[in-house]
Design a protein around this ligand. Structure first.
Ligand SMILES: *Cc1c(COP(=O)(O)O)cnc(C)c1O
Length: 495
């Protein structure tokens, strides 16, 4: 199977090419030429498998050129009991009669980014070998918190790679900052950038586009590579947990094979929910895909009106990983809905770049309305939802998950559709203690690690070990630089 650029189907590459180089030369996203279908009895087979085995089964369908035994090795290294504190890796918790939470935060950084970032380094280093690439892959990451730590954990001490993370000095939570600055590993470095996330992000994008800088790095034996969700190697491992969740729901006796299961996903860059769409297209009987946004509701408006318009105020919310106005992976959905008419997608993306806005045509919109629903939840709604879910269901959720839980409730009220639904739970509540404590009506006296203890006392629950273990860990990185000094920071690491 080949991968094509979303903006020009003549730009083709192999699976390893797509993963090794991330973005197509024309700026499009590499996307499978066709979406593979699961065989008729596949769910019966998958049902009896462990999570790592399911990952091999699903990923094999997309990765020509990777052998099953190779993938089995990666899967065993990515999804095991040393890295994940739950034997099921991605367990499901029943919240009420027809609501289920798919907990994707049992990995080393307590957010769902681990599900893909534990796998990506293996896929990427294998891709470099297959492509005959001799240079070291230098992973540059701009992060608003979760991706940075996830990528650091995934790439630490992975041969043939180095990783450098830039985060906005005042744009991440104290716990996220400490998680990054205490990172272990010989090939990692972490830098705070003065300014907000957009500054860090544009700085990284600029370095990627700077040809002379690229040539300078090539002379030093490295090339820049990306760990963010425009890389197919990050979307693919996310398809696995939707397939796996459907199997677990059958095993739990909550649905019969073939019965519909709705999915509600807290969405930022559109990577997570896009993976649900691919799982559905592969033949997993998923029903409505419900796209949940916070006050940065550019996607809610898009699904309602067919107009994508990023010209709007940007809000900082209690769900920072969803504070985003350009949802990059939406481009892959447009590719699917235009049936490979890549010139149409290119047209939309050109308009977005020039005017910050585009409007989709009738057939694309009709397809979208068949598969998706969308709504948003503001910070006040998040607070109410965390409190109600704790008080009424005895289930503690973080602000991102609360956005989805609230949006699912809105969807059910407005449509009367009470199909069993999976709420994708993307972070441990202990990653966002101050907001969660406030929702539960407790005064939070501190932003730092003490807030973890306070939330444990308030709820009687135990925080995940990767967070409590931060106490007393030596801080390795304290670099703060201006936003124009990022190239020098890369050079400093290559001395
Ligand atoms: C990244 C992230 C999201 C958004 O996921 P996308 O794939 O960008 O849509 C939601 N919740 C948490 C906790 C995240 O870290």
């Amino acid at each position: 199977m080949y991968y094509v650029s979303t903006r020009d189907k003549l730009q083709k590459t192999t699976a390893s090419g797509a993963i090794a180089y991330g973005l197509a030369p024309d700026g499009g996203l590499y996307t499978p030429e066709a979406i593979p279908s699961l065989a008729g009895n596949a769910l019966d087979t998958l049902k009896g498998m462990t999570y790592p085995q399911r990952a091999v089964y699903v990923m094999s369908a997309y990765l020509d050129g990777y052998s099953a035994s190779e993938l089995a090795g990666f899967s065993a290294k990515a999804y095991n009991r040393e890295k994940f504190d739950d034997p099921q890796i991605a367990p499901i918790r029943q919240v009420d009669e027809d609501t289920f939470a798919l907990e994707l935060w049992h990995g080393p950084t307590c957010a769902f980014k681990d599900m893909a970032l534990q796998m990506l380094p293996h896929l990427l280093t294998a891709a470099l070998r297959k492509e005959g690439e001799k240079k070291t892959a230098y992973i540059l990451v701009a992060t608003s918190g979760d991706t940075g730590k996830g990528a650091l954990e995934g790439f630490r001490d992975v041969a043939g790679t180095r990783i450098q993370v830039f985060y906005p000095k005042d744009g991440v939570s104290p716990i996220q900052e400490l998680q990054m600055n205490t990172q272990e590993g010989e090939n990692v470095s972490v830098w705070a950038v003065e300014g907000n996330f957009d500054h860090a992000q544009s700085g990284v994008k600029y370095l990627f586009s700077d040809k002379r800088f690229g040539e300078e790095l090539a002379r030093k034996g490295v090339f820049l590579s990306s760990a963010n969700s425009i890389n197919w190697g990050r979307v693919l491992p996310q398809i696995v947990y939707y397939v796996s969740a459907y199997c677990d729901m059958m095993n739990m006796g909550k649905i019969e094979k073939g019965e519909k299961l709705n999915v509600c996903v807290p969405t930022g860059n559109f990577g997570d929910i896009l993976a649900a769409y691919y799982a559905k297209r592969m033949g997993v009987p998923l029903g409505r895909l419900i796209c949940a946004s916070n006050s940065n509701c550019v996607l809610t408006d898009f699904f309602a009106t067919g107009v994508y318009d990023r010209n709007r105020p940007f809000y900082k919310t209690t769900s920072p990983s969803m504070d985003i106005l350009i949802s990059s992976n939406l481009e892959r959905l447009l590719h699917a809905y235009t049936y490979g008419d890549t010139s149409q997608v290119k047209g939309y993306m050109d308009q977005l770049a020039e005017t910050g806005r585009y409007q989709i045509l009738g057939n694309v919109r009709r397809n979208m309305e068949r598969d998706f629903a969308a709504a948003y939840c503001d910070d006040a709604g998040v607070m109410r939802c965390i409190a109600a879910t704790w008080e009424e269901k005895k289930y503690l959720i973080d602000p991102h998950t609360a956005v989805a839980m609230d949006v699912l409730n809105q969807y059910r009220k407005s449509t009367g559709d009470h199909t069993p639904a999976l709420v994708v739970s993307t972070a441990s509540p202990f990653k966002f203690c101050p907001a969660v404590l406030e929702a539960l009506g407790s005064q939070c006296s501190t932003q730092g690690l003490e807030s973890i203890v306070q939330l444990e006392k308030r709820t009687g629950l135990q925080a995940p070990a990767p967070l409590t273990n931060l106490v007393g860990k030596p801080v390795r990185f304290q670099n703060v630089i201006g936003k124009d000094d990022m190239a020098s920071a890369v050079r400093a690491m290559l001395e």
